[in-house]
Design a protein around this ligand. Structure first.
Ligand code: FMN
Length: 331
């Protein structure tokens, strides 16, 4: 059993606990990741808000940390482990300016010794695995040898699993959004990394849109990580368990997935939360079926209202499923 066989990527503002509660209705086994949380935020901020989970059913879930101070990261990792996270993942892949100022994210690829120190200090404090999410390169430091050297310095510090975004990061002149499209992906480089270091668990990320593509990558690497496709077309997650983990697993219908979160929605509303906190992650559920637009519209118009309750969600489902009897069966 390889827990990293299928992962849903860490995405700021997207993969919060509500999103994860929803994704969990579609797949029992995919490894979910939090948004990046910085070590200083954990040390000085509202831990319950930053680290609280949606409930016991959320596992397996990895906490992604950002930072570059080994001591602060180690403390943050220990706190995260205390909250029950199954893995601590270190962000060495995010290109944004804000993140560079604090010296975290992809710019750390230029400092493998520092990354190794961070990993070693974290792994010394926690029992759960510490993993790294990185890029194939940055700026002009992106030869095959540079990636290999980065991995060979960091792995002995205690990291056995690397999630590699198969696109180099450009730290100047591109927004993070642009840098998710340019420069082109180089999957072959990640495959060669796995071939050269077969003892490491290598997970590939970047531009994977379907489970067919995911399956093709798995012929070369140990795992796949999907970001935007999982978020924007979440129903693809429904087949992940059967396809990648357990041939006997059940595939939920869209309706079952959404009915599965009703109790969570009710608890959230009862504790003073807004419907839209959860429902904004559900908008893509019917993507590709005839009444998807009506579903999305009903929710985006009504869920943000402060009084919106479970009824709004029930109405949206009724709208999406009206005269769509084939949706009753899993596709
Ligand atoms: N990567 C991180 O390592 N940490 C983050 O917090 C993070 N936030 C992201 C937020 C958004 C909205 C998006 C679209 C991506 C973010 N990423 C972050 C990058 C993704 O984890 C992933 O590496 C990237 O989107 C490529 O995968 P994809 O093509 O499957 O989306």
């Amino acid at each position: 059993y390889q827990p990293h066989r299928f992962c849903v990527a860490p995405m700021m503002d997207w993969t919060d606990r509500h999103c994860r509660a929803f994704h969990r209705q579609l797949t029992r086994h995919a490894l979910l990741f939090t948004e990046m949380v910085t070590a200083p935020a954990i040390l000085h901020g509202d831990r319950q808000r930053l680290l609280g989970m949606s409930g016991e059913g959320e596992h397996p879930v990895a906490l992604q940390l950002g930072g570059s101070d080994p001591a602060a990261l180690a403390e943050a990792a220990a706190i995260g482990e205390g909250f029950g996270y199954d893995e601590i993942n270190f962000n060495v892949g995010c290109p944004s300016d804000r993140v560079q100022e604090g010296r975290f994210g992809a710019c750390l690829m230029a400092e493998p010794e520092l990354v190794a120190q961070c990993v070693a200090r974290m792994q010394a404090r926690v029992k759960v695995p510490v993993t790294v999410k990185c890029r194939i390169g940055i700026d002009d430091q992106d030869s095959e040898g540079d990636l290999q050297r980065f991995i060979d310095v960091v792995a002995p510090a205690g990291c056995r699993t690397f999630i590699v975004h198969a696109r180099k990061a450009w730290l100047q002149g591109l927004s993070p959004k642009q840098n998710r499209e340019i420069p082109p992906l180089d999957y072959a480089r990640v495959y060669r990394l796995k071939a050269a270091r077969p003892e490491l668990t290598i997970v590939i990320n970047g531009g994977i849109a379907t489970l067919e593509e995911a399956a093709a990558h798995l012929a070369h690497v140990d795992g796949v990580m999907l970001g935007r496709a999982a978020y924007q077309t979440p129903y693809i997650l429904a087949e992940v368990d059967r396809r990648f983990f357990d041939p006997g697993a059940k595939v939920s219908t869209r309706r079952e997935a959404i009915e599965g979160i009703y109790p969570y929605v009710e608890r959230h509303l009862a504790s003073g939360g807004r419907l839209n906190n959860i429902v904004r992650h559900v908008l893509g559920l019917y993507h590709g079926v005839p009444r998807a637009r009506l579903f999305r519209r009903h929710l985006s118009e009504n869920a943000p209202r402060s009084a919106a309750g479970l009824a709004t969600l029930l109405e949206a489902v009724a709208i999406a499923e009206a005269s769509n009897p084939q949706l009753a069966a899993a596709e």
